[in-house]
Ligand binder design. Structure first.
Ligand SMILES: CC(C)(COP(=O)(O)OP(=O)(O)OC[C@H]1O[C@@H](n2cnc3c(N)ncnc32)[C@H](O)[C@@H]1OP(=O)(O)O)[C@@H](O)C(=O)NCCC(=O)NCCS
Length: 146
């Protein structure tokens, strides 16, 4: 599941706890951040959807980016698409953003497909700001989403 995330390494428990605390802090500072994804049928936590300012990729600022991470046992059921579409609605309708990006590794066909299915358009490939591989950038504007 981590293969196409940043440098691809699997987090230790301590790193996971730090990641979670950072996102809790960001949510309280900015008023938006990571949502937990629960299955409607039994409330199991099966991943997250993220709306974040991409501080790690300054060229994309000030627009936020959205991202997703779903338990492999639940892949290909449309769940990332459902959650991402809901996140876009919050970003445009409640938070007032006018343009949203999404970023994936070139090989991450499933993630790019989620971007396409929620109406985003491929813009360009750019080098990762810190790592030695290219990234695909997708964008959707408020006008396109309306
Ligand atoms: C990317 C990810 C969130 C997608 O989650 P998901 O719930 O399976 O996504 P969905 O079911 O909503 O849609 C996936 C789409 O990709 C397609 N897809 C999946 N794997 C594919 C592949 N190898 N080649 C082509 N299409 C693929 C599916 O068929 C589906 O498209 P369709 O509805 O047109 O058939 C999931 O794979 C994941 O968590 N990956 C690990 C973390 C990650 O890479 N996150 C994104 C970082 S940018």
């Amino acid at each position: 599941m981590m293969r196409d995330m940043a440098d691809g390494h699997v987090y230790s428990l301590a790193e996971s706890e730090r990641w979670l605390q950072e996102h809790i802090d960001v949510r309280s500072e900015r008023g938006f951040g990571v949502w937990c994804v629960e299955l409607k049928s039994n409330s199991d936590v099966i991943g997250w959807i993220d709306l974040a300012l991409p501080d790690w990729f300054p060229a994309l600022l000030p627009d936020p980016e959205i991202g997703w991470f779903i338990d492999q046992r639940q892949w290909a059921k449309g769940l990332a698409t459902e959650g991402a579409a809901a996140a876009l609605r919050v970003a445009f309708d409640e938070l007032g953003f006018e343009r949203i990006s999404a970023i994936c590794k070139v090989e991450n066909v499933a993630s790019a497909r989620v971007m396409e299915k929620i109406g985003m358009s491929f813009v360009e490939e750019r080098p990762h700001p810190r790592l030695s591989f290219p990234l695909k950038i997708y964008v959707i504007t408020l006008e396109e989403a309306s």
